[in-house]
Design a binder for this molecule. Structure first.
Ligand code: SF4
Ligand code: SF4
Length: 195
């Protein structure tokens, strides 16, 4: 098996673990996301590494085929839209919507709701989505950052799997594009070998 395919499998396991960690924390603290909301996905600041987008890129190629993936790549190359290509808007202002890449979404997308930030001295502070803050003002007052999972901890674990592809962050659509190029080249190589 190709080494990056194997790594993509490890990243998926880390994603499952991070999903449980962040969503359990939100549930336990009584800070669920608002029904139908997807406003965080509109942010132009969402970034990911090529490595983090490998599971997504492999899933695009493996589920839909090389031809579809090449067209998708072309579409990404021609697009000027900064909003994540996987976000499906369900309202005019775009705040209602959902992720069409939920299973493979990168680390940062799993910590949008309520999590902790750690500064360079190791001190933790809370980072909470403004819509959750508005909806649960009393709950927010009692939070202790000590109990909260830290944004970036799972991304660091992923980076260790391949620092060359994991260290640099790009806007999410750009990271996806570069991951797709990588995965398509692996797929061409695998095709040539099995021919
Ligand atoms: S991958 Fe999904 S959760 Fe992440 S920004 Fe895109 S649409 Fe939102
Ligand atoms: S984190 Fe906030 S903006 Fe994102 S889906 Fe949850 S409630 Fe909505």
């Amino acid at each position: 098996m190709n080494w990056h395919r194997e790594i993509a499998g490890h990243i998926e396991s880390i994603y499952r673990e991070s999903n449980e960690t962040f969503s359990n924390y939100q549930q336990q603290m009584g800070l669920p996301c608002l029904s139908g909301c997807g406003a965080c996905c509109l942010s132009p600041e969402i970034s990911a590494s090529i490595l983090e987008m490998l599971p997504t890129a492999f899933s695009v190629v493996d589920k839909n085929g090389v031809e579809f993936a090449e067209q998708f790549l072309q579409q990404l190359e021609n697009s000027q839209d900064f909003v994540c290509v996987f976000y499906k808007r369900l309202s005019l202002d775009g705040k209602k919507g959902h992720c069409t890449n939920y299973e493979f979404r990168p680390s940062v997308c799993r910590s949008f709701g309520a999590a902790a930030l750690r500064d360079k001295n190791g001190n933790k502070s809370m980072s909470i989505c403004k819509y959750i803050k508005e909806a649960f003002p009393e709950t927010i007052k009692n939070l202790d950052p000590i109990d909260a999972p830290v944004i970036g901890d799972f991304a660091k674990k992923i980076t260790l799997l391949d620092p060359y592809l994991g260290n640099k962050l790009y806007p999410i659509n750009e990271a996806l594009k570069l991951a797709l190029i990588k995965v398509l080249s692996i797929t061409y190589f695998e095709g040539n070998r099995s021919a």
